[in-house]
Ligand binder design. Structure first.
Ligand SMILES: CC(=O)SCCNC(=O)CCNC(=O)[C@H](O)C(C)(C)COP(=O)(O)OP(=O)(O)OC[C@H]1O[C@@H](n2cnc3c(N)ncnc32)[C@H](O)[C@@H]1OP(=O)(O)O
Ligand SMILES: O=C([O-])CC(=O)C(=O)O
Length: 370
């Protein structure tokens, strides 16, 4: 038995949710470029969960249903109010979702119907939790979702306390679509491993949030912004990168385990960053990102991933840096739940083997003689 480090290249299971071929990403066979250009996030969630695009009636009903599910039990609001205000929002989200499971009426029911109800609640409640935590840490009262708003609008409304403008809604909606699913990425795989033991979906989401949080995965988007802020000015980029290359340190938001010809989501985020920068009257973060991208790609041949340009996009939307990964989690909850439902429907315990490299045939020495 020979191990593949990081399970690289291993096909771990079959899935009909999303696919990566070369630099093409599809959700249920639909190209991400078409979905990002044309779809509302709710349409994409429907696609991931039901396996087909909704018609107008189905989408209207689905949106009404989602809109009725985003309120949090009072106990969760009270729990969030007890969190230290300076805690990492991903840690707050992980803890809040774990607590949420204690109040979910379907928690122990693993039937397909109950799992779909939980998926709907989880998606909408996670959005409410992220916004609520942000308001509470700023001494503001958390807001409930407004049933007349779309998913993207609602998050921005619950975060800022005012209805967002059209451009922000469109940009945020597109970012949600682009982050919704991504085959067997680490957090999705973690959620599938969890429920493959026939544990519940909330436990799967807690595993996934903990996994997404790391800087080699979803946590990279916050690090990209930290890097841009640390560099500060366009003319300091070369010196900064020279030092990084010399120390052999990784540049966040660059490289990918699967995409070697480029991440198809990055071009959309790059264009969004350019447009939002121009609308804001300050393209500094976009210009810096492009320059870093060009120098790094020329030097080490690696291309930006989804996290690279999303950093400046979220900053232009006025979103604080430490909410970038929680926003990734909000969107990815649609994919995590789709994958967990797929796992339950055709389950087998996920239990690989290890290639043992430790000592063998050790002679046991009684403790008093060691
Ligand atoms: C949503 C997402 O999760 S997208 C990924 C988000 N993560 C990041 O942006 C973090 C930065 N990137 C990375 O760490 C990596 O590219 C990963 C983890 C994403 C995937 O990489 P892996 O397939 O594991 O490649 P690995 O880390 O083994 O790198 C292969 C080589 O490329 C180099 N490399 C990979 N990424 C980078 C980078 N961002 N900057 C500099 N060098 C890099 C490695 O140092 C390594 O070089 P070596 O062969 O000389 O040792
Ligand atoms: O697929 C991966 O390894 C990481 C990624 O891009 C994602 O989760 O969107």
């Amino acid at each position: 038995m020979t191990a593949s480090k990081g399970l690289e290249g291993i096909i771990a299971a079959q899935s009909s949710i999303s696919s990566i071929v070369g630099a093409t990403l599809t959700y249920r066979g639909y190209n991400i470029d078409d979905l990002a250009t044309n779809s509302e996030f709710e349409e994409v969630v429907y696609l991931l969960w039901y396996g087909k695009l909704p018609n107008i009636d189905e989408l209207t009903k689905f949106k009404e249903e989602l809109n009725s599910m985003g309120n949090l039990p009072n106990e969760i609001i009270e729990t969030i109010k007890k969190f230290p205000k300076d805690v990492n929002p991903m840690a707050a989200l992980r803890t809040a979702v774990s607590t949420l499971s204690l109040y979910d009426p379907d928690m122990q029911d693993l039937s397909d119907e109950a799992n779909l109800r939980k998926a709907k609640r989880l998606l909408t409640q996670i959005s409410t939790i992220v916004a609520a935590f942000h308001r509470v840490r700023n001494d503001l009262e958390p807001l409930s979702p407004d049933p007349s708003l779309s998913f993207a609008e609602n998050f921005l409304y619950m975060l800022n306390g005012e209805k967002p403008d059209k451009i922000s809604i469109e940009a945020f909606n597109k970012a949600l679509v682009l982050h919704a699913d991504h085959e067997f990425n680490a957090s999705t795989f973690a959620s599938r491993v969890t429920v493959a033991t026939l544990s519940d979906m909330h436990s799967g989401i807690v595993s996934a949030i903990g996994t997404l949080k790391g800087p080699l995965h979803g946590g990279a988007n916050e690090r990209v912004m930290a890097m841009l802020e640390e560099i500060g000015e366009l003319d300091r980029i070369e010196a900064y990168l020279e030092e990084k290359f010399a120390k052999k340190e990784k540049i966040m938001g660059i490289g990918h385990r699967v995409y070697k010809q480029g991440d198809p989501r990055a071009k959309h985020l790059k264009e969004m960053s350019r447009q939002l920068g121009e609308l804001n009257g300050d393209t500094k973060w976009y210009d810096m990102s492009v320059k870093i991208n060009e120098i790094v790609t020329a030097k080490i041949g690696l291309l930006p991933n989804v996290d690279f340009y999303s950093a400046s996009v979220y900053t232009y939307l006025g979103i604080p840096r430490d909410l970038f990964t929680p926003i990734f989690a909000i969107s990815r909850t649609s994919g995590w739940t789709a994958h967990m439902m797929e796992q339950y429907r055709n389950n087998r315990l996920i239990r690989p083997r290890a290639e043992y490299t430790g000592p063998t045939h050790q002679e046991y020495v009684p403790i008093e003689k060691r």
